[in-house]
Design a protein around this ligand. Sequence first.
Ligand SMILES: Nc1ncnc2c1ncn2[C@@H]1O[C@H](COP(=O)(O)OP(=O)(O)O)[C@@H](O)[C@H]1O
Ligand SMILES: [Mg+2]
Length: 262
Amino acid sequence: MPYLKTDGDVWDLECVDRGRSGIILKLNPTRVLKAPLIIHNMDASEEEKFEADYLKDDNISFLENEKATFQRLGYYEHIVEWHALRSGRIKMKYMSYGPLSRFWQYHTPSRKQLHSWICSIAAAITYAHSRNVIVDDIAARNILIDDDQSAKLCDFTDSAVLSFDVDISQESQDGASIYTDIFQFGSLVYEIITGKRFDFDLFHPSDAEEKHGEGIIPYWPDKNQLPLISHLDYGATILKCWKRGFEDMSSVNAEIQTYDRL
Ligand SMILES: Nc1ncnc2c1ncn2[C@@H]1O[C@H](COP(=O)(O)OP(=O)(O)O)[C@@H](O)[C@H]1O
Ligand SMILES: [Mg+2]
């Protein structure tokens, strides 16, 4: 399927993967470009073309948002390394092992490696919050495995870059907050430890309320909607993440470090 540049030309680079709003194109053996997902469908009806234009505009703004987020975050060892932010594209390091969600189809990571991934992602989210960024969309498909098999956080299309004047713990954007980030981190740790996804979506349109004038209110699960985890390594921490038991991500980070003797 041909993917288009924002000016309408067809990309002539190999597509590594695509997500909800972006495509990843291979520039050379060590670099990729992320560009907005724009699909070319010659047989589309007028209505479909209208819808596609709408999506195109959305995807362009998602990429612009990601650029602003990278600019705020700069370089950090547990975040995917970016090299240039150009018009309609982001140049990044190519992560040869792909996303974590696919890594374990072909590899069996050791316990030590799982612990180091959990620590890296906890550190990356803590760092983002310290830069007044709410990450949002923290999931195994958005964790990339580098050549040395370390884990890096990627995909900041939905992130909220807040002004430095505000107290991030009091803020939310489209329902996302540091507490929804902590919840998603808990679900990620659950997936890393059990290999099973806990796909509870706090922003599921039919559950998350959209109150008049108040924006989206996330829908938090009841106790009976959570899997049983008390017997698991990291179980107590995961449960606290799911039940809004942490004040901030630094506290989650500190608690995660205590599992290093497992
Ligand atoms: N730097 C990279 N190197 C290799 N693969 C990548 C890289 N960045 C993203 N990907 C792959 O592309 C997919 C989509 O990228 P992502 O940034 O999550 O886009 P979207 O915002 O559309 O979800 C990821 O899930 C991952 O599989
Ligand atoms: Mg993604």
